[in-house]
Design a protein. Structure first.
Length: 94
């Protein structure tokens, strides 16, 4: 077991109750372990999500048709933004 850092956190009461219940049931060794396990699971979900998005981005980047479609959409959005900014500037200068 690696060294643990001691921190103080504020937690919603229902989460504390749940963590304490896990301890009572013997599912975890302590409330700290419950929160540690929960946060470790979140870190893993975030990493998996990031891997998935990176994979999808690579797939899209490798497809010239999709890349061209994305470029057209971005150009359209950029054009609309420029039009909006011009209209905004006209309103503010009159």
């Amino acid at each position: 077991m690696s060294a643990k850092a001691r921190i103080t956190i504020t937690v919603d009461p229902h989460l504390v109750t749940y963590a304490e219940r896990l301890v009572q049931l013997g599912k975890v060794s302590s409330v700290s372990a419950a929160f540690n396990d929960a946060f470790a699971a979140k870190v893993e979900r975030d990493r998996e999500s990031r891997r998935w998005w990176n994979q999808k981005a690579a797939e899209v980047a490798a497809d010239p048709e999709v890349t061209a479609r994305v470029d057209r959409v971005v150009a359209n959005i950029d054009g609309r933004l420029r039009e909006f900014e011009q209209r905004r500037d006209q309103l503010w200068t009159t």
